[in-house]
Ligand binder design. Structure first.
Ligand code: ATP
Ligand code: MG
Length: 345
């Protein structure tokens, strides 16, 4: 039974792929794909979350299935607002005062994008809105004590953005956010299959390929996965078998961009903190961290031990939730924790 409280404090990981809501005292209460299905004529929402995700690429012309967030930020304000409204209502149906809400945002978010998140959360039913940066939340969620004077490196690979940060003393010392993550890996698989096999596959098929046989490191035994698509030469359906051995080649460009960005952050890290990172290692969070062979590849290229955090998909939500304990010290409507940055190195 949901306890009655005068006011709830909630944390929201408003992700490109997944929206997760954490309520203080009850932990994760909503975890749904950030997808909305609307009636093409009336613009009324038909469904959202998992139900809408299942319609992606399969809906008739009368239904538009939309992902209202792109590259880590709100691209369709109205739909994001309506989706958030429902999730906040589901998370805390009974209350007297509006909830205080912490939302996490990518590290290089612009002022306009930041304002859009604050407005959406407020119009969706939040009383006060506070923001924290995604890699900071990811680090807290991964169980790292960010208040220590010890550099820790976190790489959060989501659907839309990869956020890389070195954190020490509650602040981000160096960070980088790039719009290359899970969605770009899917696009790369689609491109590869189109160019090599002259076959057009859908977004969901590319996602299935990545999850089933995606691997970016040397393997003993290859895995295979059969995919169906439309032959571009003849316009008829065709089936091919992909091997996990092809996956690094398929995803090479986005994987190189992610690894290069990690190397750039290491280069910009103050020398005194490099030793800390060498000792504690790089921690991977976000759904993209589950890509097979990625931690081994990063380890080999950087020479730094790289580990996947336990429960990587929920790290940002859990970290946002844990930071609710400090909500009384936060400034409203601006990014808290990690706003103070040292100069670039
Ligand atoms: N087993 C897996 N292997 C590879 N990728 C995976 C796996 N499981 C999930 N993913 C990918 O993780 C991504 C979603 O991760 P996550 O939920 O952390 O993103 P998000 O927080 O919604 O996005 P962002 O933080 O960029 O706004 C998707 O691109 C999905 O394909
Ligand atoms: Mg995320």
């Amino acid at each position: 039974m949901i306890p009655f409280r005068l006011r709830e404090d909630i944390g929201i990981d408003l992700g490109t792929a997944t929206c997760i809501v954490y309520v203080k005292g009850r932990e994760i209460v909503v975890s749904e794909p950030s997808v909305v299905a609307v009636d093409a004529e009336t613009e009324q929402i038909i469904c959202d979350g998992e139900e809408a995700r299942r319609m992606l690429g399969k809906a008739p012309a009368s239904i538009r299935v939309i992902r209202p967030l792109r590259d880590g930020v709100i691209s369709q304000y109205d739909l994001t607002l309506r989706m958030l409204k429902r999730y906040i209502k589901t998370a805390c149906p009974f209350h007297i005062f509006k909830p205080r809400v912490i939302v996490c945002v990518p590290s290089n978010i612009t002022d306009v994008e930041e304002r859009s998140v604050v407005d959406a959360a407020r119009n969706a039913g939040a009383g006060q809105v506070y923001l924290i940066e995604e890699p900071v939340a990811a680090a807290i969620g991964a169980g790292i004590d960010i208040s220590e004077s010890r550099g820790t490196m976190v790489v959060d690979i989501g659907g839309g953005t990869t956020d890389i940060a070195v954190i020490s003393l509650d602040s981000v010392v160096v960070s980088e956010s790039l719009k290359v993550a899970g969605d770009k890996l899917n696009d790369a698989i689609k491109d590869y299959v189109r160019k090599k096999y002259n076959l057009l596959i859908g977004d969901q098929t590319a996602e299935d390929v990545k999850i089933r046989i995606g691997n970016v490191y040397r393997q003993q035994k290859p895995e295979y996965y059969r995919v169906r698509g439309r032959c571009l030469a003849r316009g008829i359906p065709r089936e091919i078998t992909l091997s996990s051995n092809e996956m690094l080649e398929a995803m090479l460009s986005p994987i190189t961009a992610i690894v290069d960005a990690i190397c750039t952050v290491i280069e910009r890290t103050p020398p005194g903190m490099i030793e800390d990172i060498m000792t504690s290692g790089i921690v991977l969070t976000g759904g993209g961290a589950l890509l097979k062979g990625l931690s081994e590849l990063i380890s080999e290229i950087t020479g730094i031990k790289t580990v996947v955090a336990p429960n990587p998909v929920n790290c940002v939500a859990i970290g946002t939730g844990k930071s609710l304990d400090n909500i009384n010290t936060f400034n409203e409507s601006s990014v808290n924790l990690a706003r103070m940055r040292l100069p670039k190195y």
